[in-house]
Design a protein around this ligand. Structure first.
Ligand SMILES: [Fe+2]
Length: 482
């Protein structure tokens, strides 16, 4: 096979790009605020080579990091692949050697034992460098300016797990870097570890616990006193892996479980609280009031990942999924915790961000991508909605449930935003949203800058990317001063 599969995972906004690039002073329509001084870093899965697995999936692509550097009202672009062990082995061979997503038993024999991660899920500033992360392996460290890969990173020997999440959090009060790992002792293990590193990078907390079944814990929530692990009903079975099957299998009857434990404990207090069957999305934010924990996250009534079907090969049709942002309340005042859920939105939403100075603390504003089907969509020009399709950027006030949104147009979709505060002392939500717009009709990408308090007014600046940015996953803002 010398061409990518002509499937939704490899066409349209998800067509591979496979280009490394540098471009200085991008074209801008409008005015970039002078206060925007730093880097918007984000990552797209982007396969270096055509896969030999015919039904390969988007999540299996090599991490390609884009840095958009904002300085003095100008923007520069740099894009580099993360030089993982896997990337280097395949570059040497000039072809794909690694097989199915998270299934080592499908690899070419020549790469047995090599690190399989593609570091393609997020990129975040850490200790003066960047970490490119994917939940199936250790982080890779990158130079924050050149994006040169500095190597695999185990927190200077302090990380004892085989994997590390793509959704770590900074505690705004202590500056601690909080992370976790699932399948932390290898494929199909039920082991979970929670870790915290202080501002000097020293490990100060390590708590090992076990999940009731081996499944996906993609994101988590860290409040002032608690940690919450949403265990998604996507199960892992090593026998299935050995047969060449998918890493994850959808379990339609399995309840959504939430592991709740204290941050300052030893893990013995961990409780798994059960909701209905469903699929827990990315955490927007959460907080506690000592006895109760509130966690806001999109919650779907079926399988969000059609590429991980159930044991009969069935999945939920995406067009029938309902996935509103939902506030989960965990009442831990009694001996046994209790949980309840309440939708905050009517629309499906995902890829939520917030003002991270309020991480794990009571907060007011969430910034998400929404699916607004009241807006026109020109499928005749750009095909059916792609698997990660969201057509609006939404600000929600979680205290009043008021929303405002911006819709780019009938042939566009959006990628996850980042929020940048106006200054260190500005009020919550006072700042900017940066987000990539997939201009599907033009086969191009723009980066838009919006006033986060005036989302409905649309972009104050639109930056033209000189190359199409493939649909990506996550990113972060790295201030110049950090
Ligand atoms: Fe994610």
């Amino acid at each position: 096979m010398s061409q990518f599969p002509q499937t939704p995972d490899f066409t349209g906004a998800l067509a591979p790009v496979r280009v490394e690039a540098d471009s200085t002073a991008l074209e801008v329509d409008g005015q970039i605020p002078a206060e925007l001084n730093g880097k918007f870093v984000r990552v797209q899965p982007d396969p270096q080579f055509v896969p030999f697995i015919e039904d390969d999936i988007f999540f299996n692509g090599d991490g390609s990091v884009t840095a958009l550097t904002f300085r003095n009202g100008q923007v520069d672009l740099r894009q580099r692949f993360v030089r993982t062990e896997r990337f280097l082995a395949e570059r040497e061979a000039r072809r794909a050697l690694f097989g199915r997503y998270r299934n080592r038993y499908t690899d070419d024999a020549s790469v047995a034992g090599k690190d399989r991660t593609v570091a393609n899920t997020t990129v975040i500033g850490y200790q003066g460098a960047l970490l490119a992360l994917k939940e199936d392996g250790l982080p890779y460290r990158l130079d924050r300016d050149t994006l040169e890969t500095l190597g695999r990173f185990d927190f200077d020997g302090q990380l004892t797990s085989e994997t590390f999440t793509a959704h770590p959090k900074y505690d705004p009060d202590t500056g601690h870097f909080c992370g976790f790992a699932f399948e932390a002792r290898g494929d199909g293990s039920r082991d979970i570890v929670f870790v915290e590193f202080d501002t000097s990078g020293r490990k100060v907390t390590e708590i090992w616990v076990e999940a009731p079944f081996p499944g996906m814990i993609h994101d988590f929530c860290v409040t002032e006193r608690f940690v919450v692990f949403p265990l998604i009903p996507l199960s892992v079975d090593v026998q299935r892996l050995r047969r060449g099957g998918a890493h994850f299998q959808w379990e339609p009857e399995q309840a959504m479980l939430f592991g709740v434990m204290r941050r300052d404990g030893d893990g013995k207090d961990l409780q798994w609280l059960a909701g209905p069957p469903g699929f827990q999305g990315h955490v927007v934010n959460g907080f506690d009031d000592r006895n109760r924990i509130y966690v806001d996250l999109p919650t779907a009534d079926g399988n969000v990942f059609p590429f991980f079907p159930d044991r009969n090969g069935q999945t939920t049709p995406l067009e029938t999924l309902r996935a509103p942002v939902t506030r989960w309340t965990f009442d831990m005042s009694g001996k046994e915790g209790r949980l309840s859920a309440e939708p905050l939105t009517a629309q499906n939403m995902e890829f939520g961000k917030f003002d991270e100075r309020y991480a794990g603390r009571p907060y007011r504003y969430g910034f998400l991508l929404g699916q607004d089907w009241s807006k026109p969509y020109h499928a005749d020009r750009v095909g059916p909605p792609h698997p990660f399709f969201f057509n609006t950027l939404v600000q929600i006030d979680v205290t009043t449930r008021e929303q405002q949104s911006w819709w780019p147009g009938p042939t566009d979709s959006m990628q996850e935003p980042v929020f940048v505060p106006r200054s260190a002392s500005s009020a919550e939500g006072d700042g900017w949203l940066l987000a990539i717009v997939n201009r599907m009709a033009e086969n191009s990408s723009d980066i838009v800058v919006l006033d986060a308090m005036r989302v409905a007014e649309g972009p104050i600046a639109t930056i033209r990317s000189p190359l199409r940015l493939r649909m990506g996953l996550h990113g972060n803002w790295v201030p110049a001063a950090r």
